[in-house]
Design a protein. Structure first.
Lengths: 258, 253
């Protein structure tokens, strides 16, 4: 364990460079550059607010904020896991050439998405100011759910990146899966809008736990109950551990399949 | 760290590829093959029971026909491939000159790629800042330093790749047929740098089809044929036997 950690530290510069590269490539040749990370969630929120306030009419106070908090977290999860899924495949040329600890690829992708999301947090502030939402002190807890979500995304990302090397089908399947997952996560609708049979599924949905945590501290100004804390910690750590174990087991033969 | 002590020890290494499994890209195929027990079917040995020891400061050439396992052996030594059986022990850092520029991101500029590629070899930004000038000097790419690498010619990519990989003197230099790219002048420059590194005590592993280059650079040679070690010893005698065998093969056809 200690050895693995030292090994990791040795490749910290590479991790930094990979994150830097992802960020650079993402907005290369666009005029607004990083501003898109801020603009994109705002524009998406505007569209969705229009659609859902006029067409479906959910009875949620401060709907724009409700929407953008859920949407920011979901977008991060979706983007980071999707990008890490391809990370090993896309870096095949490098893997064939030099020895590098391979978990660095999914991890770097998740981290670069995380940086992008940090920019998007400003969009939430903008919405709060414009909708004249109250600022509670609990908002200062915001790194907590984001950190848990980061670990969760890393775990899922590692599993996906390893599996996709052996079965490319995963890459096609995952798109559908995330679509279903998104609809099963109360991002743009309230939990109360669901039929009772679906409730257990929602409650077992890890994304729901993180989003609820985030909304409680930002939107409602309450400190989440201990049970929710426990749930978030447990899910994050188990997923991360699972990711590490699966990835470690599968990485040896990556090169034969890339 | 004295000269002459073993730096690379290859013990009974075999490398097996499953040609059948290489083709199972979909879950369905995989399950079908699993049921038919075909997964371990079409085996191919790229290396069979190869053992050799390279001492510190030696220059060793790997020769043999295409597909004889030279690159596979280099990749095993570089730690890219894990041998199916046997073990490899390497005592020192490796500068792999395999597929130069393979780690470049085509969308990034040469400047950015230098930092990225440096990090691949484990160097941080400050370290690369110090060496930046001499890397670009050697590659002679100051005019194109802020151009995305995707617009480079293959020779320019190779120059940059070589320059980064050899900037820091490693204990072992692994060279896989890269001197075939680049113009004559740059080839000379690369050879000079390699010779300099070897004077400094760097061990060289060299794959080339050019008998001339092999004789020029190496004292020892390994002859591989269909994954088996045919001969291993002084460069002149191994190259001679290899050429003689090729001659016989040509005549008998």
């Amino acid at each position: 364990m200690k050895q693995a950690w030292q090994h990791f530290l040795q490749y910290k510069p590479l991790l930094k460079e990979l994150v830097r590269r992802d960020l650079k490539v993402k907005y290369r040749r666009s005029f607004l550059g990083y501003i898109w990370s801020l603009l994109n969630p705002l524009l998406m929120m505007c569209v969705m607010t229009l659609v859902f306030s006029y067409m479906f009419r959910f009875d949620i106070p401060n709907y724009p904020l409700y929407l953008i908090t859920g949407q920011t977290l979901w977008t991060f999860f979706n983007e980071s896991t999707n990008m890490s899924m391809y990370s090993v495949l896309q870096n095949g040329a490098l893997i064939k050439k030099v020895y590098i600890p391979k978990f660095i690829f999914p991890i770097s992708r998740v981290l670069s998405s995380f940086v992008t999301m940090s920019f998007s947090l400003v969009a939430i502030l903008v919405v709060m100011v414009f909708s004249k939402s109250p600022f509670y002190w609990t908002i200062l807890l915001f790194p907590v759910p984001l950190f848990f979500l980061l670990l969760f995304a890393m775990g899922i990302g590692m599993v996906l990146s390893a599996l996709s090397v052996y079965f490319r089908d995963i890459t096609h399947l995952y798109g559908v899966l995330t679509l279903a997952w998104m609809y099963l996560t109360p991002i743009f609708y309230p939990v109360s809008a669901l039929p009772e049979e679906v409730l257990p599924v929602i409650l077992g949905n890890p994304m729901y736990a993180y989003i609820t945590f985030f909304r409680e501290i930002v939107l409602y100004g309450t400190v989440p109950e201990p049970i929710l804390w426990l749930k978030c910690v447990l899910i994050s750590l188990t997923t991360l551990a699972l990711g590490l174990v699966v990835f470690r087991k599968m990485q040896r033969n990556f090169i034969l399949y890339i | 760290m004295n000269k002459g002590s073993p730096i690379i020890e290859v013990r009974n290494v075999s490398m097996r590829f499953n040609l059948a499994t290489e083709k199972t890209d979909t879950v369905k195929e995989y399950i079908v093959k699993l049921l038919k027990r075909q997964l371990m079917f079409n085996e191919f040995y790229a290396l069979r029971d190869v053992s050799l020891t390279v001492n510190r400061g030696e220059a060793v050439a790997l020769i043999g026909a295409n597909g004889s396992g030279k690159s596979t052996l280099l990749k095993c030594i570089a730690g890219v491939l894990y041998p199916t059986t046997g073990s490899i022990q390497v005592r020192g850092s490796i500068a792999p000159l395999i597929e130069l520029g393979a780690g470049f991101d085509p969308d990034l500029t040469a400047r950015e790629n230098i930092y990225l590629n440096g990090a691949v070899f484990g160097h941080d930004r400050e370290f690369m800042d110090e060496h930046f000038k001499s890397i670009v000097d050697f590659a002679e790419l100051w005019d194109f330093i802020d151009v995305p690498v995707k617009n480079f010619s293959s020779g320019m990519v190779a120059r940059l790749g070589f320059s980064i990989a050899t900037e820091v003197s490693a204990d072992i230099l692994v060279v896989d047929e890269i001197l075939a790219v680049g113009d004559f002048r740059f080839q000379q420059k690369c050879k000079e740098r390699m010779a300099d590194m070897m004077k400094g005590g760097t061990t060289l592993l060299f794959v080339s089809h050019s008998e001339e280059q092999v004789r020029e650079l190496c004292q020892k040679a390994v002859w591989l044929q269909r994954g088996e070690l045919m001969m291993w010893g002084s460069c002149a005698s191994v190259v001679e036997s290899y050429l003689a065998a090729q001659e016989i093969g040509r005549r008998s056809q």
